[in-house]
Design a protein around this ligand. Structure first.
Ligand SMILES: [Zn+2]
Length: 341
């Protein structure tokens, strides 16, 4: 595969597919040639172009110019990841920063981590967004996201949540505070829980709690968990012809809106003391929901988490928990599922 005599340097935390896209867009490599090269290696990585970093025969043509493989740049995080095709969550600040620096916008590896709700690379955490456009490929994705963002009302709105404050100055401060609580719990889940440092909750159980609060009914999303309806309640279900079924933990994370993840992180943080009772009271006072009072302790979280769904859906989630978690993990979260043992 022909490549130029010099290559673009990767941007910090960039994915392999994003770097390849910038090589194509900057005419450093021929698009057809790189397509062929990707196609030849595609099967071994189930369609995940970012995972080709581990494939030496793929990275070999770039080696004379840049040590793609040995530099361990592009290596994917060691955590559950969004599917490559579902990886449409991005940080608008990072993309705008790239363009302001005269670079093509780059996709970051940290956005591929399941449950990523905020970007931590800024002075204050930034809420991630989802690309709405569906006709995406690895070459156009970052530009489509950037253009979607600059053309959207979100570009002009500096507050991410429905807040009770009437002063814009106070609302901005509250918004920052609420995002910091999300960042704190997101890091706690990805560091402390994943490393097994929390005796009362495993990483699996923590993910399952998030799943419970983000739960979605497979038949069209008519039933939703608490976190998915706190800011924007869904219409009450009138009739459902068949039994509920959850869409599954991975699919819930693949499809979750970052703002819904924020609510799930607040619940998780409050339940396990990552967010204090005083801070939980502030979340309740600051956020505005037409349907719910934000729960400020485990008992309220368990109660509202179950009331948000109907009885049948709660039974389904309980069964999913019994099937997917070991006895010890299930025991850790029976409080949230209101299972009496
Ligand atoms: Zn960012």
């Amino acid at each position: 595969m022909p490549v130029c005599s010099r290559l673009l340097c990767p941007i910090y935390d960039e994915t392999l597919s994003s770097w390849l896209a910038r090589l194509v867009l900057g005419s450093f490599v021929d698009r057809a040639a790189i397509q062929e090269h990707i196609k030849a290696h595609f099967r071994g990585v189930s369609g995940d172009i970012d995972a080709l970093v581990a494939c030496e025969s793929f990275t070999q043509p770039f080696e004379p110019f840049f040590s793609v493989h040995s530099a361990s740049v592009f290596r994917l995080p060691d955590a559950p990841l969004l599917m490559f095709n579902s990886s449409v969550v991005y940080c608008p600040e990072c993309l705008c920063g790239d363009v302001a620096n005269n670079q093509a916008p780059a996709w970051r590896r940290s956005w591929r981590i399941q449950g990523a709700a905020v970007c931590l690379r800024h002075e204050s955490p930034v809420l991630l967004k989802r690309v709405q456009e569906r006709r995406l490929n690895y070459v156009n994705k970052a530009w489509v996201a950037f253009e979607e963002y600059v053309g959207s009302p979100a570009m002009r709105l500096q507050v991410n949540f429905a807040l009770s404050s009437t002063s814009s100055y106070v609302a901005l401060a509250e918004n920052r505070f609420l995002l910091r609580l999300v960042a704190r719990t997101q890091q706690w889940l990805n560091l402390q829980l994943r490393q097994g440092n929390v005796s009362e909750l495993s990483f699996n159980s923590g993910r399952f709690l998030m799943y419970l609060w983000l739960w979605r009914d497979i038949s069209g999303g008519l039933i939703n968990g608490f976190a998915s309806q706190y800011f924007r309640p869904f219409p009450v279900r009138r009739y459902r012809g068949r039994a509920s079924q959850g869409i599954g933990v991975d699919a819930v994370f693949d499809e979750a809106e970052p703002i819904h993840l924020c609510v799930a992180y607040w619940l998780l943080g409050v339940a396990y003391g990552v967010i204090s009772k005083h801070e939980a009271d502030l979340i309740r006072a600051m956020t505005r929901s037409t349907t719910w009072l934000f729960p400020v302790d485990r008992e309220e979280i368990a109660e509202r988490g179950c009331i948000a769904m109907d009885k049948e859906a709660v039974m389904v989630v309980r069964n999913e928990a019994r099937e997917q978690l070991c006895a010890e993990e299930l025991e850790q979260i029976v409080w949230a599922l209101r299972i009496t043992t």
